[in-house]
Each structure stands twice: as C-alpha cells, then as structure tokens.
Design a protein around this ligand. Structure first.
Ligand code: ADP
Length: 559
C-alpha cells in the first residue's frame, strides 16, 4: 500500500475559516487492526510460547508463519474478502491461527459455540452465510450431520487434534495441515494493506445465546477489537504483561475468550490453551505444570475446580477472572483462602466484546475491614476506560442516581459496545440515544462501582417488593456443603412470586433444607427466605457452561 493512500492530502487543516473554529490534530491517521497485534507478536515476541493441551508447544513465530500460510490458503480456496469464515473448535493453537489469519486478510471470523442445538447451529450458520467451516476433528460428528442443511458452506476444513474420529469421504472436506503445507506464506505486512477507513471493517462475528428468541449476531470491527484489547489490558483491570502465562479456560467460541488470546499476543504473554476437556483435575494440572499466572473461566468451572485446589501447586497464579454470571463471594473467598488469589469479577456480554466492567478494590478500601473488602470484591466493579455505564428506571427510562441504593437497568456505551445486530433489527435493545440496554439490574455507587442485582427477567417480585436471586444464591452458596444453587420464582396466589432454591450438595453431604434455611436466616430479610429448597443431582447449563434458569424453569414447570 503506497504511503499516500494512508495519509490524507490535507492534515491539520481547520474545519472552518475563522477564530474559534474546531481544528483537526496533526497525528498520523493509522488504523487500529488485528493485523498489528499479529505482526507485533511476530516482531517482538517470536520466541514466546503457545502451549496446547498435550504439551504441543509452538512459538508465536511459528503461529505467525502458519497464519501467513493460512492467509494464502484462504485465497486459494477463493474465500472472498468480507466472507464469514466459521470455526467450530476448542482452544488450540490452530484456532489461534484462525483468530489471526481470518481478520488479517479482511475476512470475518465467526466462532461458533460447539454446544448449540442442531436447530440453533443451522440457523446461525445459514444466517451468517458462512463460506468455510474449520472444525476440530473430534467435533466433526456434532456438526457434519447438519452439512446438507448448510448450503452456503463450500469447504469444511478439519483441524487435527490428536483424535482419530472418522472423517467422512466427501470432496468438501479438507485437512488443515495439508491445506497450509507447502503454501507460500504471505510475505508482506498485513497491517499495511489496511487504510484508516478499514479499521471499521468487520473482523469477528459472535451470536448471542438466544435464550430469548433467535440468536443475534454481534459484528465486531478491527477498531472495536483492538480498543477492547487495550481497555482490558490497562493495569488495575486485567493488566496482562510479558511475564504472564495466560490460560483462557473460557472457550474461544465464548465471546472471543474475553479478549485474552489477543491480549496475550499484544503484550507478549505466553498462552496456554487447554483444548476441549473441562475436567477440573486436567485444568488444575495444566495450570500447575505451566505455571499459569492468569486464567479466566465461568463460575461453574471455578466451582468444579474448588475442591481440588490444594492438591496442586498454584503458587505462580496471580489473577483469576470470573464472568458470564455472578461469582458467589464464598467461591471467591475459597480461592483466596486456598491459594491467596480471589476470583475477580469480569462483567459484560457478547454485545460488549464482551468485557465492560472489572472488579477489585482501590486505595480507598485499604483501611476497610476484611468483611467490607469481601463486599467490595463481590461487586462487579468499575467500568473499563472508555466505557460508560448508567442505570435507568425500567419504566420511565429516567437515569437513576449513583448512590449505591437505586436499582435500575444497566445501559452501556463505548467504542466496543454493539450499536446494532447483524442483519436483524435491534428492536428495543438500544435506546434512542444509542446506548445498549443490557437487561441486567444493578446499583452504581458514588465511586462508580457496579453491583448486579439480577437480570430483569430473573428478579423475583414478591408482594410488590423485589428479591434478588443473585444475592440469595450468594448467601446459600456460603454453606460449605453447597456446590451449586439457582434461585427462581414460583408463582404464588398471594405474593405473586416466591423464591425457590434448587441446590446441588457435595457428594455424601446430608444437609437438610431446614439447616440451609437456618444458615442463611441471619444474612437476609425474613421475607427473602425461599419457600422451598429442592435438592438436585445437577443443574441445567447453557452452551457456555452457565446455569440455565430458563431450562430450570421449564423442567420444574413440567415436573
Ligand atoms: P447470554 O448469557 O445471554 O448467553 P452472554 O454470554 O453475553 O449472553 O451473557 C451476558 C450476561 O451474563 C449479562 O447480561 C449478565 O446478566 C451475565 N453476566 C456476565 N458477567 C457477569 C458477572 N460478572 N456477574 C453477573 N452477571 C454476569
């Protein structure tokens, strides 16, 4: 790309003629691109490692080389610029190469949740009009049966993963390693192929879970992805650095693995990619063996790992991130007691790239009591730089005070917040002034800390007052025998709704409902006490491993 194409002919000119007119700055109008993240890692951190489960180790240099070959291979498959290239894959280095090559060549990476139902899967692949699907060999049986109902998909590329899953004989199916082998790597700078306007090109596509209606596509841009990466990287928030060893346990198909893969490459941190298994012993073993310093996962995964913490050497770990749903304070404290590191809240959603708010204490909390500090850590936290958060009255839309008391719907604005959905109307998801309506209810205090009370649809309305299911779950899970809990509303003729707790106890525990209720009585108002405690062997989960209250409601309605 010749330089003059990237530099406007007139820079620094006043936009008007007279005194007091606004004036543009004189800084270089360079685009923000994922290509830069790739080429920075290639230039600065080529020797740093990416470890995939099974101890397959490659360097960022090798990842970059494969990415350059993959760029050429996508051209040879005639995948047009702007086309959607889907992945159906676990966290592996080949998936990382796709994270880089697809956007660096101006195509759009559509990472698909591997736990979707066939109906949702077929809907989103057809809606996105995916041109190619890259699929882990072990996962092929989950998606291939849909192949004939996915008419726009021209190529299926199998990612070797060490499994020997049968591969159907079909001319549409190719092998990833063969595809890039012997291919001439793209020799130039991907970054230099981007003009300033190109920073707004779509780089990635993720669909929301569709718990309410059809899944909706969130279309990220290069600019939004880079800014999200920088925002999360700020010290005092996620704050990665070169000496970190980062393990995204959160899947790469779950909202960009919260930006951790790009963040690690941007800072030169090593990456540990745990593959498909969510077995707690496997994950903890990997964290110990690789001396992982930073890891991120949904609370259900942290819960599954909690009983085995002391069996592993996690002395290298300095920061744990929990998001996707509220991290119960008791769970975070279990980690703090066992390994000295609490679980820090990350709050957001697919529409926010996904991170908008990060938890933790500030200098003002230094003299607070231990109990007060636990309460601060239980809050979702402070907005990242460049993210604006407000709460509004659900009925009137009026902004509510930041006094830590008023509860309203959370609305968000910022450069990595969706402004619309891919090929469908935004409906009432956005306000007239362009803010995203999140469907979460929260308070914001005078220091800007956001504390999620509930989702609008999960809040329990009892006798004209509300009960926070999130808070009840937090106190119930402080009982040492409770492994998982979900509180949902049961219709009630007198009070409209009353809370019922569904509880999974640890193996062998004999705690009764009365004992649980006695345990929480000092911690909540009397009328918040659940009408019933139902013990369950497991609780239903969503495709991203979160507790699914809608599935629980459905199953309890049938029962
Ligand atoms: P969905 O859960 O609808 O599939 P997302 O994965 O984007 O979609 O989840 C977004 C929602 O998850 C948020 O609106 C919020 O209710 C919940 N959530 C995410 N992070 C947190 C957190 N740290 N604490 C509480 N709730 C959270």
């Amino acid at each position: 790309m010749p330089d003059e194409a990237r530099v406007p002919t007139v820079i620094g000119a006043a936009r008007g003629a007279g005194t007091g007119d606004v004036m543009d700055g004189l800084m270089q109008p360079r685009p923000l691109t994922i290509a830069h993240i790739l080429e920075r890692a290639e230039r600065l951190y080529a020797h740093k490692q990416v470890t995939t489960v099974g101890a397959e180790r490659v360097t960022y240099g090798e990842v970059a080389h494969n990415t350059r070959r993959l760029g050429t291979a996508l051209d040879s498959l005639d995948v047009p610029v702007g086309a959607r290239v889907a992945t159906f894959a676990a966290n592996t280095r080949r998936h990382l190469e796709l994270y880089l090559a697809v956007p660096a060549t101006k195509r759009v990476l559509h990472s698909i949740n591997i736990r979707l139902s066939a109906e949702h899967l077929e809907y989103i692949v057809n809606h996105a009009e995916d041109d190619v699907i890259f699929v882990d060999r072990e996962l092929l049986p989950r998606i291939w049966p849909s192949a004939d109902r996915l008419p726009k998909v021209r190529h299926w590329v199998v990612l070797p993963d060490g499994s020997d899953t049968a591969i159907p004989a079909d001319p549409r199916i190719l092998d990833y390693d063969e595809l890039i082998e012997g291919v001439e790597p793209f020799a130039g700078s991907f970054e230099d192929t981007f003009t300033l306007a190109d920073e707004n090109l779509a780089s990635g596509l993720c669909y929301t879970s569709g718990t309410t209606g059809r899944p909706k596509g969130v279309l990220y841009s290069h600019r939004s992805t880079v800014l999200h990466c920088l925002g999360t990287l700020a010290a005092g928030f996620i704050g990665l650095c070169e000496s970190d060893v980062v393990m995204p346990i959160v899947p790469m198909f779950h909202a960009n693995a919260w930006g951790l893969p790009y963040g690690a490459m941007m800072t030169g941190a090593s990456l540990v990619l745990p593959g498909l298994s969510s077995n707690p012993a496997h994950l903890l073993g990997l964290m110990a063996a690789e001396r992982v310093t930073v890891a991120g996962a949904v609370p259900t995964v942290w819960t599954s790992m909690a009983p085995k913490l002391r069996a592993h050497d996690l002395s290298a770990t300095r920061f744990l991130l929990g998001g996707g749903s509220a991290v119960a304070p008791a769970l975070s404290e279990t980690y703090r007691a066992a390994i000295g590191v609490p679980i820090t809240h990350s709050w957001g959603m697919t529409e926010i790239s996904p991170v908008g708010v990060i938890g933790g204490t500030r200098t003002q909390h230094r003299d607070a009591t231990a109990e007060e500090q636990v309460a601060v850590r239980a809050a979702q936290g402070q907005p990242l730089p460049l993210v604006n958060v407000r709460i509004v009255d659900v009925e009137t839309g009026q902004e509510l005070p930041r006094d830590g008391d008023a509860v309203g719907e959370v609305q968000v604005a910022g450069p990595w917040v969706a402004g619309g959905y891919f090929r469908v109307d935004g409906g009432d998801s956005f306000t007239a002034d362009g803010w995203l309506r999140t469907g979460d209810l929260a308070t914001i205090d005078a220091s800007g800390y956001l504390r999620i009370v509930d989702r609008v649809k999960d809040l329990i309305k009892s006798g004209g007052e509300w009960i926070s299911s999130v808070e009840l779950e937090g106190v119930i899970s402080s009982h040492p025998d409770v492994v998982e809990v979900a509180v949902i509303a049961r219709p009630d003729p007198r009070w409209m709704e009353r809370p019922v707790a569904y509880v999974v106890l640890r193996d062998g525990a004999t705690t009764t409902a009365d004992e649980l209720l006695r345990h929480i009585t000092p911690m909540v108002a009397k009328w918040w006490l659940p009408d019933d405690v139902v013990f369950m062997p497991t609780l239903p989960k969503t495709g991203t491993g979160k507790l699914s209250k809608s599935a629980l409601r459905d199953s309890t309605r049938i029962a």
